[in-house]
Design a protein around this ligand. Sequence first.
Ligand SMILES: [Zn+2]
Length: 182
Amino acid sequence: MKRNHFLDLNEALQNPGKQLDFTIHTSLSQEEDVDLVNPIEGELSAVSTGNILLLSGQFRTRCVVECARCNEPIEVDVEFEMDDEFTVEGVPSCYGSDGFAHIVPEEEPEKIFDKNSLIPDGYLRQGLILNLPVQPLCQFGWEGDCPNARATKKHFAPPTHPGLVHLAEIAGDPKATEEGAE
Ligand SMILES: [Zn+2]
C-alpha cells in the first residue's frame, strides 16, 4: 500500500499539554535512497507546549545498505529514536474561540508537514537516513578474506576518524586511515 497518509496533530496544537500517540507502520512512499526489507514500525507521540511542538518516538526497520569495504548489499536491522521540536505560532483555540495555533513551516528537503498534519513518511525517512550505520560491514568484516573486496581491490584498515574515511577512499592509501596520521 503506497498511501501517503497524514497524521492530524491539530488536536495537540489547539490543546497544549495534550499528548497524541500514534502507531507507525509504513514502507515509505516515493522511496529512492533507502531500500527497506521490513516496514518502519514504532510509536510516535506529539505534544505542544503552546510555542513548540514536540515529536518523539522509537522506530525499527530492516533495510539494505552497502558494505563499507566491498560495496556488497547487506541487510541490517536499524532501531532509532527521534526527538524533534517545531515552532508553533498563534493562540491555541482552547484559550479563545477565535484562536488557532499552527506549525511554522521550515525549509526542509522534503515536506514533513501539511498545515497541522504530519507527513510521517517524510519525517521518518529523515530519521532513518540519519541513523543508518556509518560503516556497515558484510560477514567478512574489515579483516576477513572477503572475495568481494579482493575483486574490487579495496583493502583498507578500519578507518578510525569519519573525516579520514573519505580521504582514504580518494587517496587509496591505507595509512591515511591510521589514527593520528597527518
Ligand atoms: Zn564486505
